[in-house]
Design a protein around this ligand. Structure first.
Ligand code: AMP
Length: 371
């Protein structure tokens, strides 16, 4: 397998992608640009990625026959979704090179394991405690205090499976709200801003990093990202060092996203790691020499990476639910880069597409000493 890993896949090869959402769709589009084919494997029969891929399998992640046939048909495997069952990942990685590797999945599927992994690397995270029962929650609230955020350990995304607990919140109700599932209680961080670092690491361990993105959320869902983020240079350097340490500890190959809280005194705390391309990096499609998607495909195919340099600043806005109805108005704006994901039903809270507006990079003005 090591030999296969070292040899770049030639154009015409097939990349297998687990997960068929918009991230899989944009990965498949990037692969097509490089003359690579994609085979999408996902449980849903209609999925945004199916429409743009050479082959597709709609089957359960537990269907070993379907997984075997999928592995036989591809040259390398990746995923766009970190909640792939660990048995599926173990089964597949014995058959074909899979990147990012199983450690990245193990460390990021469960919020407690993720926080302990970060703490062991001496990376700052919000105070946290595991919660399995209401009794645990009551004890954790004494230790951590309020406000705090209760989150399911697994399968949470876009603010789902979360409850904010304030002084007057009933712990019973909060526990009920998250379905009484195994959870983590985190101290609520009064952050000044949220930023993320997206970086891609190749098979030789070389990383290219994008300008940090600054993210705003509505109802727990990413609403806007703008890049470069308005943070101090030292904060940016520290965030990049943290992302690099995470990539190294995970023997990471591919695009990685690390989400941070930045406090008023410029302290960084890691909120979450995503072992995949990330919504806060969609702006790289329009504003960078090489997008996060193309670099992910290059990395897992054993190719050299492209430059992550941005030629413009960018503001990316997600089109969520009924925002999709504005497609014609947005298409009529010549300054908008419109990306629609081909989803049929614009349910509330569903990511239907995104748009990016490019703006000029700030050019430093003449200094006071210039004549
Ligand atoms: P997550 O799914 O953990 O990324 O949470 C979604 C969003 O909820 C984050 O991007 C924050 O805006 C907010 N959030 C999550 N955890 C915390 C926390 N411990 N303190 C403050 N805000 C939080």
């Amino acid at each position: 397998l090591a030999e296969v890993l070292g040899k770049p896949l030639s154009p015409g090869s097939t990349i297998g992608i687990l997960g068929g959402g918009q991230l899989g769709r944009m990965l498949a589009q990037a692969a097509a640009q490089l003359g690579l084919k994609c085979h999408i494997f996902c449980p849903e029969k209609t999925s945004p990625a199916f429409e743009v891929a050479a082959s597709k399998t709609a089957a359960s992640y537990n269907d070993q026959d379907a997984l075997k046939a999928f592995a036989d048909s591809v040259d390398a495997i990746t995923y766009e979704f970190e909640n792939i069952p660990s048995e599926t990942a173990e089964f597949l990685q014995k058959l074909k090179p899979m990147n990012p590797g199983p450690k990245a999945l193990q460390m990021t599927q469960d919020r407690i394991i993720e926080k302990r992994f970060l703490r062991d690397l001496a990376i700052p995270v919000p105070a946290f405690a595991p919660v399995d029962t209401l009794d645990d929650l009551q004890k954790a609230l004494i230790e951590i205090g309020t406000p705090a955020v209760l989150k399911t350990r697994r399968m949470g995304y876009d603010g789902k499976g979360q409850a904010v607990i304030r002084e007057d919140t009933s712990p019973e109700e909060a526990f009920l709200k998250i379905g009484k599932k195994a959870a983590i209680l985190e101290a609520f961080v009064p952050f000044e801003r949220e930023v993320s670092i997206i970086m891609t690491t190749d098979m030789q361990g070389e990383s290219w990093v994008y300008a940090p993105s600054e993210n705003s959320h509505e109802n727990g869902i990413l609403s806007k990202s703008h890049a470069p983020a308005h943070i101090h240079e030292d904060t940016e350097v520290e965030a990049i060092e943290i992302a690099g340490a995470i990539a190294e500890a995970l023997n990471y190959v591919g695009t990685l996203a690390v989400e941070f809280f930045v406090t008023r005194d410029q302290q960084l705390l890691v909120n979450e790691i995503a072992p995949r391309v990330h919504n806060s990096g969609h702006w790289t499609l329009d504003a960078c020499v090489t997008s996060q998607f193309e670099n992910h495909i290059r990395a897992i195919a054993g190719w050299p990476l492209g430059s992550t340099r941005h030629h413009s600043a960018a503001e990316m806005t997600n089109l969520i639910g009924p925002d999709h109805d504005r497609w014609l108005e947005l298409a009529a704006d010549p300054e908008v880069n419109l990306h629609l994901y081909g989803k049929k039903e614009a349910r509330p809270g569903r990511k239907m597409g995104h748009m990016t507006r490019l703006t000029s990079l700030a050019i430093p003005g003449p200094s006071a000493n210039d004549t």
